[in-house]
Design a protein around this ligand. Sequence first.
Ligand SMILES: *Cc1c(COP(=O)(O)O)cnc(C)c1O
Length: 378
Amino acid sequence: MRFNTKAIHAGQKLEETTGAVMPPIFQTSTYAQEAPNVHQGYDYARVGNPTRTALENMIAGLEGADECACFASGVAAMDGLLKMFRPGDHIIASNDLYGGSYRLFTQVFEPFGIKFSFIDMTDLNLVKEAFTDHTKMLWIETPTNPLLRVVDIKALSDIAHDAGALAIVDNTFASPYLQRPLELGADAVLHSATKYLAGHSDVIHGAVASSNEKIMENLRFQIKSGGAVPGPMDCYLVLRGIKTLAVRVERAVSNAKKVAEYLDNHPKVGMVHYPGLSSHPQHELAKKQMDDFGAMVSFSLKDDSMDAANKFMSNTHYFTLAESLGGVESLISHPASMTHGSIPKEVREKAGLKDSLIRLSVGIEDADDLIADLEQAF
Ligand SMILES: *Cc1c(COP(=O)(O)O)cnc(C)c1O
């Protein structure tokens, strides 16, 4: 089955009693049992729900994984994953990553004794040097947020495995339509399904897909014990969104390429960050590792001040000023004060995140309308 077909059919079956084409929203907390410990695969809905199962089978199919576990949000999925580590364990993470991931690592897990190093993963030597005897995992985000750097999943997975560590990829920005990390050697893939997978800015949801039994067993245990599970309605919405993932992302990428080229030629723009531009430092790697370049674009202004960025952002009409990304509508945001506000200024600047940096999540509107909107905002 090729990807476009998978997005409709992977792991799906008709509902047995009625033949419903879409799985029903099984709005139930518990299931009748014939006898203690004798049931039809479900006993209590924290542990499992058929609507959730349909979605898990779909995401596993898209990522080429044996299994998938769904959570109430992307950060809940990360939280579940990280609980397989123990005090003293060391994790190497990208230094250009989702602000909420940074907060979870440094403010929740570090106080419990797990250690983190934040490294520029575009430099493989820096990653190798960061390993200690206790390193258990590489946390890879690519393309990175918000600077759209591209890091080498295959090379990093090999480095992790040589050291007996796991390589886990946050695939939220690319979506499985553009990038499938497990095929490149990663051990697990995480999604904030809130973004491209659901795609309509109407649900918060997270997922991890993997064929590694130890990881999946831990996640099942965390779901049962910690209980950060999504409701059946949310699972239904994500599954519904995935059915159009391929066509949505295809259009969004086509728009993003035009927007990036327009910005790249604009006299008021400082630097454009988009892996599809031939000037992008990892353009060749992006070509190799991704099927296309994604629909996230960020850029700084020649006037590198918060004021200039604020003024620009308050002038756009189709680009709505909002956090989040990956929906059908275009969004604009200011990482330094919004998504990455929880990262200290020194750390931010060291990673190259400028005050005037503006991030666009390019939607599926008409490209010419989007460009006209940006033009009048300048
Ligand atoms: C949004 C996001 C998350 C967190 O997901 P939520 O669904 O908001 O909890 C994690 N990683 C990346 C790259 C994200 O963009």
